[in-house]
Design a protein. Structure first.
Length: 321
């Protein structure tokens, strides 16, 4: 089964951003309270141009996206790892915050009596700014990637990294796995990462000296290319929640490929303060904790542990013996 690309909403973000940017350049400078002040006109034009350029980048064709993101669009960390963090992804929330604050400022100048509207807009801008801080923090390699849980059966486990991306979770697993092996699976079709992410994963594994311990496979989480009861344990961080209506199928596939007694660490977004700062009111469309527990039990998992990690929810699920 082929699921829809998780970042297919980029076009919608781009269209909304273009509309906002054009409004800041064309409509707001014409407001009576703004038009007479050259500095204010310049401010709205500058912010509008920045928003338009950022919006174009969010849904640019693949080749243009590569040009905009590489080689100067992203920076490797101190160890040379590059997980594909794009400038658009890292700075989009801050650009949204500046846009909202600028619009709120314009509304306050033109219609001061509508203070509830511009005040609410300014608060949403603060929320977006906090979301941007969270994203920037998560980029650091000293920022823990996985919670400390009872996951492995032994240090010789064969572990599935379901939705490995550029390998951040894979590298975190390697630190505690000892002599075990990891199978890193992904569709590798992210449009904003050169090569879909596989080249980045291979490069990061070479830097970490893990090439011989990690097997890379291209595959869909809803139809994993492995036999039943193949893995000792499994991990999926910030991926299963992208499967939309196929979340249950993804969980069932991981249940199938786990050995009896094998455990699965799942880290997902759920409605909460952290996700509200990242997705605003759209976070309420996310599957709740209760919803994830229900899905897990429906496919046969038993819940062994759960909690909050870096603002996200995690659960340790076990396939019964």
């Amino acid at each position: 089964m082929k699921t829809k690309a998780p970042h297919s909403h980029g076009w919608l973000v781009g269209i909304v951003g273009l509309a906002a940017g054009i409004s800041l350049m064309v409509l707001f400078p014409k407001l009576k309270a703004v038009a007479g002040v050259v500095l204010l006109v310049a401010l709205f034009h500058l912010v509008g141009i920045a928003v338009v350029l950022g919006s174009l980048a969010s849904f640019a064709p693949r080749r243009l996206g590569r040009f905009m993101e590489n080689p100067r669009g992203r920076t490797s960390d101190e160890k040379g790892y590059d997980f594909g963090w794009s400038q658009v992804a890292m700075n989009g929330h801050w650009l949204a915050a500046v846009t909202l604050w600028t619009v709120a400022f314009g509304l306050q100048l033109q219609w001061p009596g509508l203070w509830p509207a511009w005040f609410a807009m300014a608060l949403i801008g603060v929320n977006c700014f906090i979301g941007g801080l969270l994203l920037r923090t998560s980029k650091r390699t000293d920022f823990a990637s996985l919670p400390l849980v009872d996951l492995l059966r032994s240090d010789k486990d064969l572990v599935l990294d379901a939705g490995c991306g550029g390998g951040r979770t894979t590298l975190a697993l390697s630190k505690v796995l000892g002599g075990g092996r990891i199978v890193a699976v992904d569709r590798f079709d992210a449009y904003y990462i050169d090569g879909g992410g596989r080249a980045l994963l291979e490069r990061n594994l070479r830097i970490a000296g893990l090439t011989e311990r990690v097997q890379i496979e291209q595959g869909d989480l809803t139809a994993l290319p492995f036999p039943e009861a193949h893995f000792d344990s499994a991990v999926s961080a910030h991926v299963i929640d992208h499967l939309k209506q196929h979340k249950r199928t993804g969980l069932a596939e991981i249940f199938r490929v786990l050995k009896p007694g094998g455990r699965f660490l799942m880290v997902v977004w759920v409605p909460g303060l952290a996700t509200f700062s990242l997705a605003n009111v759209f976070c309420f469309l996310l599957t709740s904790k209760a919803g994830w527990r229900k899905l897990a039990r429906e496919v046969g998992f038993e819940i062994r542990d759960e909690g909050t990690f870096n603002g996200m929810w995690f659960a340790v699920l076990e396939r019964p013996r």
